[in-house]
Design a protein around this ligand. Structure first.
Ligand code: CP
Length: 294
C-alpha cells in the first residue's frame, strides 16, 4: 500500500512516470482504468480546486467518489479523527483523500495502514499534489528543460503548504529557488532570501505568487494589505516585457497577489495549473491505486 503524504514519498522514477502519464492523459481520452475503485474525500478545510480536481480526475478514470463533509459528520458529536477514519476504512475504500489543518494528520492516518492516504493539503507543511501539478506545468512550458531554471516564491511563504512542498520538490528537480517576502512571512531557510520583489526580477524565469493567509495568522501582521500589494503584487508594470512565467496555486486575492491585467496576460498560467491539476491527479491516482499494487 503506497501513500502520498509528501512528494518525497515518490521515487525519481515514479515522478518521471507521473509526468509521463499526466501528459498522456492530457492528450488522449483516458480509458476507465479505475472503474472498480472507490475513493473517499474528507476535507476538514475549505477547497475549490483540490477537492473538485480530485473528484473530476477520479471520475475521468471511472472511479467512484464519496464525500464526507466533516461539518455534518459525527466529528461534530465528538468522534475522534482516527475513529472517523477507521469507520470510513471499514467500508473498504481504495483511498482516502484528506485535507486538514494539522501538519501531521495525513502521516498519522497513513501509519494506520488501513487504506491509501492522499494528502490534499495539511497545515503549512505539505500540499504535494499542488507541487506535482506545478512541476508538470513547468515541464510542459519549458519542454522538459527545467534544470537550472530560477523560481521566486513570493508572498506569505511561512504559512504556505504550497511553498513548503514546492521548495522540497523544485530543489530536488534541479531548480534554483529564491524566497521573496516581508520579514513576518519569511520562513527559516538556507535558500536565498529577498524582501524586495524588484531585486529578483532580472534573475528569475518563474514567479510563484502566494495568497496572504489571514486565517493562519495569530496576530495581524499588516495593518493594510494595500501596502503589502504595493510591494509584492505581480503587475504588468513590474514585469514589463520580461519573459517570466507567473504561477499561483489559487485562490488568488486579486490586486493583492496578482493584478487583474496580469491575470489576463499570457505569461500567467493560473488556469493552466488548474487544468493540469486534473491530469496530474489522474496520474497520481493511477500510480497509488493501480501501479503500486501490481
Ligand atoms: N490550490 C488549492 O489548494 O486550492 P483550494 O484550496 O481551492 O483547493
Amino acid at each position: 500500500m503506497q501513500h502520498l503524504v509528501d512528494s518525497n514519498d515518490f521515487s525519481d522514477k515514479q515522478i518521471a512516470d507521473l509526468l509521463h502519464d499526466a501528459k498522456k492523459f492530457k492528450t488522449q481520452r483516458p480509458i476507465q482504468l479505475l472503474r472498480d475503485k472507490l475513493l473517499i474525500t474528507l476535507f476538514f478545510e475549505a477547497s475549490t480546486r483540490t477537492r473538485s480536481s480530485f473528484e473530476v480526475a477520479a471520475k475521468r478514470l471511472g472511479a467512484s467518489v464519496v464525500h464526507l463533509d466533516p461539518s455534518r459528520s459525527s466529528a461534530k458529536k465528538g468522534e475522534s479523527l482516527e475513529d472517523t477514519f477507521s469507520n470510513l476504512c471499514a467500508m473498504d475504500p481504495d483511498g482516502v483523500i484528506i485535507r486538514h489543518k494539522e501538519n501531521g494528520t495525513p502521516r498519522l492516518l497513513a501509519d494506520m495502514q488501513m487504506t491509501s492516504v492522499i494528502n490534499a493539503g495539511a497545515g503549512n507543511y505539505a500540499h504535494p499534489t499542488q507541487a506535482l501539478l506545478d512541476l508538470f506545468t513547468l515541464v510542459e512550458h519549458f519542454d522538459g528543460d527545467i534544470q537550472g531554471k530560477t523560481i521566486a516564491i513570493v508572498g506569505d511563504i511561512l504559512s504556505s503548504r504550497v511553498a513548503s512542498s514546492a521548495i522540497r520538490l523544485f530543489t530536488r528537480m534541479g531548480l534554483n529557488v529564491l524566497l521573496v517576502a516581508p520579514k513576518p512571512f519569511m520562513p527559516e531557510s538556507t535558500l536565498p532570501k529577498y524582501d524586495k520583489l524588484e531585486d529578483v526580477l532580472d534573475k528569475v524565469d518563474i514567479i510563484m505568487s502566494l495568497r496572504v493567509q489571514l486565517e493562519r495568522h495569530k496576530t495581524e501582521l499588516f495593518k493594510d494589505y494595500d501596502d503589502y500589494a504595493k510591494q509584492y503584487c505581480i503587475t504588468r508594470e513590474r514585469l514589463k516585457d520580461r519573459d517570466i512565467l507567473v504561477l499561483h496555486p489559487g485562490p488568488v486575492m486579486r490586486n493583492i497577489d496578482i493584478c487583474d491585467a496580469m491575470l489576463d496576460d499570457p505569461r500567467c498560467k493560473v488556469l493552466t495549473q488548474v487544468k493540469n491539476g486534473v491530469y496530474m491527479r489522474m496520474a497520481i491516482l493511477k500510480l497509488l491505486l493501480l501501479d503500486s499494487n501490481t
